[in-house]
Every structure is written in C-alpha cells, then in structure tokens.
Design a protein around this ligand. Structure first.
Ligand SMILES: Cc1cc2nc3c(=O)[nH]c(=O)nc-3n(C[C@H](O)[C@H](O)[C@H](O)COP(=O)(O)OP(=O)(O)OC[C@H]3O[C@@H](n4cnc5c(N)ncnc54)[C@H](O)[C@@H]3O)c2cc1C
Length: 560
C-alpha cells in the first residue's frame, strides 16, 4: 500500500502500518454492511470535502479512495485506502469538520455509514470497535506528527500568545503546522500572501483561507468547528461542567450507561492533569503516562460512548431557582440540565506579585509540559511550590534545564511531597532546594529577565538573572460561577453529602425528606466531584473515582 504518511516515517510506521490501515475480514465487512448501504463509486468522485461538517464512514469493497490535503491549488497525498480498508479518523467521533478530502482514485464499490451508525457500531461490536478506534487514534497521532491538518500557526517563541495557541491546539489534539518568525527563512512570503505582519502574531490560518490575528481560544474553536455539531439547547440528563479527570470519568460512565450527556469545558480536556509531564501513580500505568496522553484517551473514550464536549466555553452562572437547571455559558447560551455535575477543579493560587500577569506565558508558567520545557532548554529555572506537581515539574525540567531552583516557604518537602519525588530531587545534582525562600519581585520588559528572592531565615534578598518561573502553589477552587447556589466552605470548595450540616441544609432550603447523596451538594440533583469538592483528595485517581460513582446517584435523582 502506498501512502505518504508511511513514506515519511518508515521506521516508526512499518510496525504499526497494519493497525493504522487495517484490512477487514469478509466477516467484519459483512457486519458493517448490515448497518450501512452499499453504493458504487466513480473515478474522481469527491466522497468527503475538506472542511465538510458531515463526514460519512466508508469501507472500500472494490476500488481505491485517496485522502488528500488541499492547500490553495495544490494537494498533498496523505493516505490511500484499498479493498477491505476504511476511511476516517478521530474527527468522525466528535462530529467536527473533515481535515482532508477523500476522493475516488479507482472506481468500484463502498459501504457507507453515517456518524450515528458508526457510533452505534463501535459501542456494540467490540471486535470492530477495537480495530476502528485504534486506527482512528493512530491516524490522529500521525497527522499531528506530520503537521497534516487545517491550521497553520505563525508565531514566535518570545510571544505569550503563541504559547497559549500552541497549548490550546495541542491539548485539544488538533494537528497544525507551526512556522516560527524567528527561525523559518521563508516566512515573509506567507505573511505577504495573507496580508499580515510580524506585529500580528500569533496568526492562525484556519482551513486555508481564514486569517485570525491573535485569536481567542473561543475564536479558534469556532473557526475549526469544534462545537458545530453540538445542540446546546436540548435538555440533557446530565450536564458536566469541567473536562478534567473527574468530569471525563463522569462523562464516560454516564454516556456508556445510556444517559444524554453534555460536558462544558473552558479550555481543553484534561484539566490540571493535562498539564502534568508524567503521572506515575495512576493505577494501570507502571511506567507512567503523560497527562496529555491520559486526557486524550479519556476524551476519545467519552466520545465513543456518545458524550458531547463543548470546548472553549465557560459556565458563567448556574440558574438554580427552578428545574430543569440551566447553565449560562459565556456566549450567552443557556444549557438546560436535569442534573448537573460540577467538576471544575482548582487552579494554582497566583502570588501577589506586581508584574505577574505581564510575564504570564513570557517567563511565568503554571504548567510544565514538553512545550514549556522547550522554552527553557539550557537555562536556569525556578519552580515555586512544595507539592507533588512542583516536584514532578522540577524533576522533568531538570532533564533539559541547566539548573532548577525549587523554592518553598516551609522548612522542607517531607510533609507536602511524595517520598519518591523528594528522593529524586535530593539525588539530582541539577536541582537546588531553597527552603524558607520566596520570590519578592519579577523584572523585565517583554519577557521576564530577573527574579528577586528573599531567604526568610536570614532576611537577605538576592537578584538572579533567571528568565523562567513555574508557579505551582496550592489550589483555588473554580466556584465563583456558583454564587448563591450551593453551600461552600471558607475557602470556596463545595460541600457534599455527609459533610453538609443540618444548618447548612436549612439555610439552603433543602426540600427533600431524604438527606443529600454522597457527592450531592446542598442543591438536589447537583453533584460535585474531584478537586473542587471540599475535603477531596487532590489526585487523579480520586477525581476519576468520584466522577465514576456519582453517575449511580444521577440515575437515582433522575427517577425521583
Ligand atoms: C502539574 C500537575 C501534576 C500533577 N500530577 C499528579 C500526579 O502525578 N498524580 C496525581 O494523582 N495527581 C496529580 N496532580 C493532581 C491532579 O491533576 C488533580 O487532582 C486532578 O486533575 C483533579 O481533577 P478534576 O477533574 O477534579 O479537576 P481539574 O483537573 O482541575 O479539571 C477541571 C476542569 O474544569 C475546567 N473548568 C474550570 N472552570 C470552568 C468553568 N467555569 N466552565 C467550564 N469549565 C471549567 C478547567 O478548565 C479544567 O479543565 C497533578 C496536578 C498538576 C497541576
């Protein structure tokens, strides 16, 4: 079989080519044919146009389909599907726009299925589900690796907006081609062609012709049609706010148990876990898994069962005075829900430092993934915080940075960090632990250039020419949008189940004779899971566990 993906990376791909482009057996084809319709295909017939919102699934019975990526008047061949092979990639599950064009290169016959029938097939036929899902996931991985896609990003590594857009696309597993103003010689031609200047970066060229200058994440999601297939006005059995591990686990269980599920996510699936370089204590991954990979798998799993995820939109308010509850999102849309799961997690506490926002993305970071690490190769960096996320970041960054200074206000790490991370920090000559030390000032112009820190034991302040600081300190719950609806503790975390006192339930006008279920808030049918919940253990496994078990209570509430 010839295809350009295979030709471009023969070594990595030869082992996987059979999984990327499997040939189905006659028995498997017959099972698909029973769900779809057979039809002839003509030479040069376009079966799917790039950018199309409706993407059917094709199994080739006879003939060939080529997958090409159009760019202006030219085309790049991406793959070829022959008899027994099938078209499609992960886009088919989410209902997003097609990334490429599918055209018949040899006439013959196909079996065609629409998206709903394909979803039903992967939910009910476990053998075909494994083959199709694996091929879809691997194809997306290859598209990303080769930058095949409908997005060109022109940016600069000195620009905070570029980092934000790269993170948004990467965490949404969307392939893109990146052109760096500072490194790519032929960038001027591209700037001229799209009538943009270096001052406009980051510039995103979307679907070949739409030019977005420093776009918001929501504008990018709109242009790429991330949410185009989602009906926000339908009353859902359960609306989950937040697509971190807790929200995604709830989505997988709810959708797999037949509930109509919608997830609303401000940024991208994965939450805090998505910003982790490697999670080593989550059951079933003895060699660890990056937060991005875990999130990508969970997101695909939720979509496979039919859960829909709205990307780049935030819940702004919960209208809790009547049922069905409605969640107002930031484009003004109101999403109705018979039950609600709050899984909005927490974010790092921002220290009260002057200039902090000026340097966010330009020397100040709140996550330590491969993308941030690339910005600090060979440099000195500071990690602020004494928890596991800070420890993980320090160990990860020490692989590529010249030196990592870990700053904590306490006298040591033993009480706040897992023993395995403390040992790795102690044994790593590139990491310097500075206890009872805190940052007092950040200095620079367009980028952070200098940091001042104070040793609280001696009272001495020192200035260091360090250009990168990772703040990983404590969590603030994302609950501001819930004002007046559910009982919270003094720090804003949501109280649930047995933690709600009689007085709190009386104040909240709890209307039922039964007490709140485990994980149910002071508002009937509204649940809270994961880091946002008062008293929760701030771990991936506990967020996933809570998200999963809450669905049992959702079923009970829906029957009340
Ligand atoms: C760098 C790092 C490393 C970590 N490493 C580990 C580890 O190795 N092992 C471990 O067990 N734990 C680890 N943790 C902790 C773990 O990631 C969290 O406990 C877990 O992610 C909590 O999951 P959650 O779903 O409750 O919330 P979160 O992961 O915080 O997800 C909440 C989601 O809700 C979204 N959201 C917030 N507000 C809104 C709104 N108004 N509308 C819509 N969406 C909203 C956010 O964008 C986010 O995606 C780490 C955390 C970090 C930051």
């Amino acid at each position: 079989m010839t295809d350009t993906i295979a030709a471009a990376a023969p070594l990595t791909l030869t082992a996987r080519i059979g999984q990327l482009f499997p040939t189905l057996t006659p028995a498997q084809i017959a099972r698909i044919a029973a769900q779809g319709r057979r039809r002839p295909i003509r030479r040069s017939e376009v079966l799917i146009e790039a950018g199309a919102e409706v993407i059917p699934f094709f199994v080739v019975v006879e003939g060939r389909i080529e997958i090409v990526q159009p760019s202006g008047t030219t085309e790049t061949l991406v793959a070829v599907h022959g008899p027994g092979q099938f078209s499609g990639e992960i886009q088919m599950l989410s209902g997003r726009r097609a990334l490429a064009r599918a055209r018949v290169s040899e006439p013959g016959e196909v079996i065609e299925l629409d998206r709903e029938r394909l979803l039903a097939l992967v939910q009910t036929d476990s053998e075909l589900s494994e083959i199709i899902m694996r091929a879809f996931i691997l194809r997306r991985v290859e598209l990303i690796a080769h930058g095949f896609g409908d997005v060109v990003l022109i940016g600069s590594s000195h620009c905070a907006g570029t980092l934000r857009v790269k993170e948004f696309l990467t965490r949404n597993v969307h392939p893109y081609t990146y052109i760096d103003l500072d490194r790519d010689a032929d960038v001027q031609g591209l700037l001229d062609r799209f009538h943009v200047s270096a001052a406009d970066v980051p510039v995103l060229i979307c679907r070949g012709d739409v030019v977005l200058r420093n776009p918001t994440n929501q504008q990018i999601a709109d242009c790429l049609g991330f949410n185009a297939a989602i009906n926000e006005t339908r009353i859902r059995d359960v609306v989950i706010v937040g697509a971190g591990p807790g929200g995604l686990a709830a989505a997988v269980y709810a959708a797999s148990e037949g509930l109509d599920v919608l997830v609303i996510e401000t940024n991208a699936p994965g939450g805090q876990a998505g910003s982790s370089s490697k999670i080593e204590n989550y059951l079933g991954f003895p060699t660890g898994i990056s937060g991005q990979a875990l999130a990508g798998r969970a997101y695909t799993q939720a979509q496979k069962f039919g859960a829909q995820v709205i990307i780049a939109k935030s819940a702004k308010q919960l209208a809790c005075d009547r049922k069905p509850y409605t969640i107002e999102v930031d484009d003004g849309q109101r999403v109705p829900a018979r039950s609600v799961i709050i899984a909005t997690g927490a974010e790092y506490r921002k220290p009260p430092l002057e200039n902090l926002t000026q340097f966010e993305g330009a020397g100040v970071y709140y996550g330590a993934t491969y993308m941030e690490a690339q910005l600090c190769v060979g440099d000195e960096v500071i990690v602020v915080g004494g928890g596991n996320s800070a420890g993980q970041a320090a160990v990860f960054l020490a692989q590529t940075a010249k030196r990592v200074h870990v700053l904590v206000r306490s006298g040591g790490l033993a009480e706040s960090m897992s023993r395995y991370l403390v040992r790795r920090i102690e044994e790593n000559p590139a990491i310097v632990l500075r206890t009872q030390t805190e940052i007092t000032a950040l200095e620079g112009d367009n980028h952070l250039e200098r940091v001042r820190w104070r040793d609280n034991q001696t009272g001495n302040t020192e200035a260091h020419d360090i250009r990168h600081v990772f703040f990983m300190t404590g969590g603030v719950p994302n609950t501001r949008w819930l004002d007046g609806c559910v009982a919270r503790d003094a720090k804003g975390f949501i109280k649930t189940g047995p933690d709600l006192s009689r007085d709190e339930l009386t104040t909240a006008h709890w209307p039922l004779s039964r007490p709140p279920h485990l994980l149910e808030t002071s508002l009937p049918g509204v649940f809270a899971v994961g880091d946002v919940r008062a008293g929760s253990i701030k771990r991936v496994a506990s967020a996933v566990g809570e998200g999963s078990i809450t669905i049992a209570f959702v079923h009970q509430v829906l029957q009340e």
